[in-house]
Design a binder for this molecule. Structure first.
Ligand SMILES: [Ca+2]
Ligand SMILES: [Ca+2]
Ligand SMILES: [Ca+2]
Ligand SMILES: [Ca+2]
Length: 368
């Protein structure tokens, strides 16, 4: 036996002065849900969005952190499995063992597709929908970050019909357009395949003083919901939908109508869309974090002021443009037509990029 070991690689390991069998904790990470994301851990190769399962190996008796980050167009849902000693938001803590034999711990992480993500060609990058205000004609810009890839005509349009929202209402992974009649308040959804209309459905009819301020999945059922705001009173209601079918409606807040919701996005990374408020004349911006519990959506706390800039710079889209799991802000100067992308990590500002300058006769949809 001794002679046999002497001729193997194993013998080298066994012959060392600190004789010990290496003991590992293998953490098997399984990903589920309709979305995608990465899992990373200090000193380990990360688990890419394409991998459905990964295994990390750890030595020793430690508490290690697994950090989940949703990919573009996805949101983090949660951790499960006996392998997590505890969890804190997107982090799962795993206690590694030091007793022979090596052990395996199972955890699973779930990511869901964000039904409000405006990616029309499925490349993981948000795109821009332009509407010519005088004629209603609509074009798609397929984007790669701030760079235009290609464009396509979407709809001949009608000046009376405005695009009031973008969201995936038939759960085929492709964003659809919500149209609203500017006089009668009727709302229809156009199911889209990229830039092409496939079919449509009636959604609702409400007086136009109730306008659609944001579309997001507020109750985490994977289906887009409406944030409706009364222009006169500032009252806000959330109307949950299952595709084209209305579910319950609830009050959310009432605020000075000068405080508008510029968009919804998950600014604290808990998977729940938050509301970005902007003051129409002062230009201040603040995030209110939301929580959905017991069948009710509520605003739980506010961030400090994100920025205060000239309100001529309007926020026209809130979406993750660089794939780091945190929403970024697309700004448009209503006077010059310049479009700028401003990257954010949560509520911390990052760099910016010039996108385009387009005649202000063209608006970035949706607009009120
Ligand atoms: Ca769709
Ligand atoms: Ca929903
Ligand atoms: Ca959130
Ligand atoms: Ca981002």
């Amino acid at each position: 036996m001794k002679r046999f070991l002497a001729h193997t690689v194993v013998a080298c390991a066994l012959a060392g002065p600190a004789f010990a069998l290496p003991v590992f904790t293998y953490v098997v990470i399984t990903k589920d849900g309709t979305g995608a994301g990465t899992v990373a851990s200090a000193g380990q190769t990360s688990c890419s969005p394409q991998q459905a399962q990964c295994t990390f190996a750890y030595v020793g008796s430690n508490m290690v952190e697994l950090i989940a980050t949703p990919g573009s167009g996805s949101v983090f849902v949660g951790w499960a499995g006996a392998g997590c000693y505890s969890t804190s938001g997107k982090v799962c803590y795993v206690q590694t063992g030091d007793l022979y034999p090596s052990q395996t711990k199972q955890v699973s992480v779930s990511f869901a597709r964000d039904p409000a993500f405006p990616d029309f060609n499925g490349d993981g990058h948000p795109d821009i929908v332009w509407r010519h205000v005088p004629s209603g004609s609509t074009y798609l810009w397929r984007m790669n970050g701030p760079s235009l890839l290609s464009d396509a005509h979407m709809a001949p349009g009608d000046a009376d019909w405005k695009i009031a929202g973008i969201g995936d209402f038939n759960a085929d992974g492709k964003p659809d357009l919500v149209w609203r009649h500017s006089t009668y308040g009727d709302a229809f959804v156009w199911y889209m395949n990229g830039a092409n209309k496939v079919s449509d459905d009636f959604l609702f009819s409400l007086p136009n003083q109730w306008f659609i301020e944001a579309i997001a999945d507020f109750n985490k059922d994977g289906k887009p919901d409406f944030l409706l705001r009364n222009t006169a009173t500032g009252a806000a209601r959330v109307w949950f939908f299952a595709g084209k079918t209305p579910l319950g409606i609830q009050s959310l807040f009432s605020a000075d109508p000068d405080w508008t919701v510029a968009g919804a996005g998950d600014f604290n990374g808990d998977g729940q869309p938050d509301l970005l408020f902007r003051h129409a004349t002062a230009g201040l911006a603040v995030v209110w974090f939301t929580q959905y519990a017991g069948g009710t959506l509520s605003l739980v706390s506010a961030s400090s002021t994100l920025f205060s800039i000239d309100p001529a710079w309007e926020i026209v889209q809130v979406a993750d443009w660089n794939g780091d799991g945190s929403p970024d802000l697309l700004f448009r100067n209503r006077d010059t037509g310049v479009v700028i992308l401003w990257y954010w990590t949560g509520t911390t500002a990052g760099g910016s990029a010039f996108v385009a300058q387009v005649d202000p006769e063209w608006e970035i949809a949706p607009r009120r």
